[in-house]
Each structure stands twice: as C-alpha cells, then as structure tokens.
Ligand binder design. Structure first.
Ligand code: ATP
Ligand code: MG
Ligand code: MG
Length: 546
C-alpha cells in the first residue's frame, strides 16, 4: 500500500486513537442536496468511508439541508444511489434539518450566556462594519443589547414577525480578531421559505458554519473532513464546539479538493452546462458526475482506485483527467470481452469467396484472460471494414488497405485489394479483394508478412448498432474569461455501424473492448434490442503514464 501524502489524515486519526482521544472513529459524508455528486465528491466519499472502515468505525450519510431554497428530492435520491453504487454502506442516514430544534436551543443558550445578539444592520452594513485584514472591525450598536432583549427579538424572528433578511443572529466573539470569520459571524438568518423536510415550521435557518459543527457534535463525529476553503473557519468551528453543552468533541481536518484538467466540478457550473444545453442532463456521459461516469461506462472499482491513488494533500493541485481514464482501462483490461465493431462501415467484396457460403471462425474473447474462452465469428463474401482503413492514394507509412496492397483481417485471412468502386460523387462505395486460404488465422502461416491488421464484421450476419464517441466537453486549450468559453462544441459524435452477431443480446451496462476502438458501454437508457447504443468510455491508448 502507498503511504505517500495519502495520508496525513490517517496519521492524525492513528495518533488520536493511540492517545485515547476517541473510542471509535466516526466520519460523515455531508452533501448539500442541491445537485448530483461528481468525481470530486467521490474523493471525499472514498476518504471518509475507507478511513472509518480501516479503524473499525462508521460513516454517516448526512444531507446538509439547512438552506430551504436549494434542496430537492431528486438530488437526495441520486446521491444515495451513487454512494450505494460506489459500494459503500452508511451507518446512519441523517438530515441536518432533523436537528433544527437542537440548533435553535444551542442558539438560545448562546444568547443566555451573552454570546449572541440580534442584529438590525443590513448585510452590506454588516460587511462594512466587519473591517478588513489590515483594519479591525467596528462594533455594531446592536452588540450592546441585553440578554432579555435578544431573547425576545430572537423569539420574534422565530415567530415570523420580521421579513426575510430584516434581522440576523450573530455570535458575539471579537470584532478585532485577526481572523475575519471570528468578527461576530452571522449564525441564524430569516428566510420565509418552505423547507423540503420541515415545511413551514421554521422561518429562521442556521448558517452553514454554525450548523455544521453542531451536526458533527450531535452525531458524535470524531473527524470532520472538509475541503481547504474551510480552513479559516476552523477557529469558529472550535468556538461553537467549545460553547455547546453537547458532549462530543469533533475535530475538523481540511484537505485539498480534487481538481481535474478539462473538467469543471462545481455543481453550480454543471447545472449551468445543463441549463444552457451544453449537456443533456446530470447523467450525460460527458459530465464528470458519478451518474455521468456510470452511464459512460466507468466502474466503481476504477473510480475508487483513482481516488485512492491521488491520495489527500494539504495544498491545491490539478490532476490530469487522463489518470482517471487510465484506471478505467486498467479495470476493464481483463474483464471486458474483446470483440469487433465497425463504426463507419465500408463494404468489401471478397471476389474469390463462393457466393452464399459462410465460415464460422474461432476467436478468443480476451487474449490477456484466456479463461474467457472463445467465440464464433462469421466470414463470407461480403464484409465491412472502417472507411478510414482504405485509401485510394495513401501517404507513406499507411499500412492499411489500398490498391494492390495486402492486409491481415483479425481472426480471419489476408486479403489483397485489386479494385474499388466509386459513386457519382467520387465517394468510395465498395472495395474488391481476394483472400488467400493459406493465410487463415491460427494456421501458422509464415509465407509472407503484412504490416496492417484490420478488424471487420461480416455483412450478412452483422447487427446494426449506434456508437457515441465523446470528446472533452471542456477544452483547456481554448481561451476565455468565462468557463463557458471553454466548452467544446464538438464533444459528441454519433455513428451508425455494425457489431458481431454474437452480441445480439447485449444488456445495459455490458462493457466491451472493440478492437482498435477502445472500451464501450451499452447505454442504459437509449439502447434497445433492435439497435444497441454504445458509449465509448475511453480509447485504447494514451500518452499518459502513471
Ligand atoms: P460544489 O462546489 O461542487 O457544489 P460542495 O463542496 O459545495 O461542492 P457539498 O455537497 O457541500 O458540495 O459537498 C459534500 C462534500 O464533498 C463536502 O465535504 C465537500 O468538501 C466534498 N467535496 C466537494 N467537492 C469536492 C472536490 N472537488 N474534491 C474533494 N471533495 C469535495
Ligand atoms: Mg456546498
Ligand atoms: Mg459549492
């Protein structure tokens, strides 16, 4: 196992357990249900679940649904599905909104202790009073309110006597703190909105930074792992934990979020790609969402292996998206049957093959995994090859088919091109070849060598299929100010071609390696029996090296 950076967090946990700070390791994965999970979330999921697992602990799934405006049942369902699909089992399923009573009680306690006050200033005024990094903040006139007055006002906020945004509750900490987050942060706000879970029970809602430490404490979380942008919030997290009368003492630990080349990861941006029709939905195979990757054909094993390999660091970095692709190739290499598919067909007539006769050839399913056995593939007078595998007038080093050249057909025979047919537009419609019976694959023929090996599908038995080939949705090579300037307009190419007849009964999510084309997944939604649809997961080769 690799120790590397991956795991300064593991090291902290080990120390805590050795020192007896905690009896059990409890982590949580706390998504806000305002979108689908993406590959960045996978990093956090793998980290939280596997860390707890390693120490015999447990992990809660907690929906951080403290914002009534953004949450959606569809997102909750998709998040659960994605975590289960990755293969993790949460210990308890929680909703932050289940703790609203307790959070309110904690806020009242703070007021009673003189550690929170109701603020009349507007959001802009609060910001102006807060000061800058160089200058201390200014105390608000509201800061000197009495406990009684604050209790009454907070009660009125709760009862709905004020409009949205009219008042907030602030923690009373230190307006001169060098950490601006400690300058009396807002902990409750008014929002007249219906909440998906609590309905209209509340019109005041806790701020995320106040709610999160309380949620962790309520659940007995020991290690609350979050991304680096919360580092400056840690003193406030600790402050909240210190004030509360809940016994638990969770510890916040920050790590660098995953950034990938050619990928936008924030839910807000992903939503924008959908809203503006650059993608067909959260599970579009071009999206870096877990559901998009799944539909594309990624496996949980590949995603998890990738997340483990990148490890966790304390400073931001950018990971090459080709590394993710590397792991899906690695995972499918031995698992996926290798078959032949012609994506852009061109007909070849074998002129010396008897009309109407079919030979069924033996072909191994995966040379790197002989246990997968063999399959039968047909060969006859008419076959399809790729359009790009023939050139009338080839450049040097073109080793595929051209007039008077000979190539090998995978699992079959050598064929020699002696003629071709063009239509009135000058497009090539048919190639004429002869085959040499002596060159049959597996016969040990060594009489002469050819430089090219082509794949093919026999025409009479071929099954029609659709292939969806993806390019990067976000192209880092472009330039612009807005991320939408980087959207690649040619990220999807759809072609009609043929697959081998033995693949007639493919099912959603069946995965194949098509000789020379890469790995493909049967689309779970648009594929059908008459015409299967294959998403290209990844091409076979990459210049990327791990
Ligand atoms: P986004 O900005 O994409 O909406 P978020 O952080 O707001 O992400 P949450 O639903 O709040 O999304 O995140 C749930 C958990 O996933 C958090 O603990 C968060 O730190 C983690 N997470 C989100 N994005 C990444 C990422 N790119 N890399 C690692 N962890 C992430
Ligand atoms: Mg968020
Ligand atoms: Mg966000």
């Amino acid at each position: 196992e690799q120790e590397s950076s991956s795991n300064f967090i593991k090291h902290i946990v080990k120390e805590d357990m050795k020192n007896g700070r905690y009896d059990e390791v409890v982590t949580r994965f706390p998504p806000e249900p305002n979108g689908y999970l993406h590959i960045g979330h996978a990093k956090s999921i793998v980290l939280n679940f596997e860390l707890a697992e390693e120490f015999g602990g447990r992990t809660n799934l907690r929906f951080d649904d403290t914002n009534p405006l953004k949450e959606d049942e569809e997102f909750i369902a998709s998040i659960k599905e994605d975590i289960e699909w990755l293969g993790y089992e949460w210990s308890e399923l929680r909703f932050a909104s289940d703790y609203f009573d307790e959070m309110y009680r904690q806020a009242v306690r703070l007021i009673e202790q003189g550690k929170a006050y109701v603020e009349d200033l507007s959001q802009e005024e609060i910001r102006a009073y807060r000061g800058t990094l160089k200058e201390a903040g200014t105390e608000s006139p509201s800061r000197s309110r009495t406990v009684e007055e604050n209790l009454q006002l907070f009660e009125k906020m709760k009862r709905g006597e004020f409009a949205t945004g009219e008042k907030v509750l602030r923690a009373k900490i230190d307006m001169a703190s060098p950490n601006i987050n400690m300058r009396d942060p807002v902990i409750y706000r008014i929002q007249h909105a219906t909440h998906h879970n609590t309905g209209d029970t509340w019109c005041i809602y806790p701020m995320y930074t106040f709610a999160h430490p309380l949620e962790d404490a309520i659940e007995g979380v020991t290690h609350s792992i979050c991304t680096l942008e919360f580092e400056d919030q840690r003193p406030f997290y600790d402050w909240v934990i210190e004030q509360t009368d809940i016994a638990a003492e969770p510890k916040q630990i920050e790590f660098a979020r995953l950034n990938l080349t050619n990928t936008v990861m924030s839910k807000r941006k992903l939503k924008q790609l959908i809203d503006e029709d650059y993608a067909d939905g959260w599970d579009d195979p071009r999206m870096p969402t877990i559901s998009g990757l799944r539909r594309r054909g990624y496996t949980p094993e590949a995603i998890k292996a990738f997340c483990r390999e990148i490890g966790v660091a304390k400073s931001d970095n950018l990971v090459d998206v080709r590394m993710l692709e590397h792991f899906v190739r690695e995972d499918l290499k031995l698992k996926a049957p290798r078959t032949m598919a012609v994506l852009k067909p061109l007909k070849v007539v074998i002129t010396n093959w008897p009309e109407g006769e079919i030979e069924w050839l033996d072909a191994e399913i995966n040379p790197e995994n002989p246990e997968m056995g063999t399959r039968k593939i047909p060969f006859s007078r008419e076959i399809y090859i790729e359009q790009s595998d023939f050139m009338e007038d080839p450049p040097k080093k073109y080793f595929r088919l051209f007039p008077d050249n000979e190539v090998r057909l995978k699992h079959a025979y050598f064929i020699h091109c002696h003629d071709y047919v063009k239509d009135e537009n000058g497009d090539i419609t048919e190639i004429h070849c002869t085959y040499d019976p002596e060159t049959k694959s597996g016969s040990g023929f060594t009489g002469r060598k050819v430089k090219g090996t082509l794949h093919f599908v026999e025409a009479s038995q071929a099954k029609a299929a659709e292939f969806r080939l993806y390019n990067r949705l976000i192209d880092d090579e472009k330039s612009g100010d807005d991320f939408l300037d980087f959207v690649n307009p040619d990220s999807l190419e759809v072609t009609d071609g043929f697959i081998e007849p033995n693949m007639a009964d493919v099912k959603p999510h069946d995965k194949f390696q098509f000789f020379r084309h890469g790995y493909f997944n049967v689309d779970p939604y648009i594929s059908n029996k008459d015409k299967p649809v294959f998403n290209r997961i990844v091409e076979l080769k990459s210049s990327f090296k791990l």
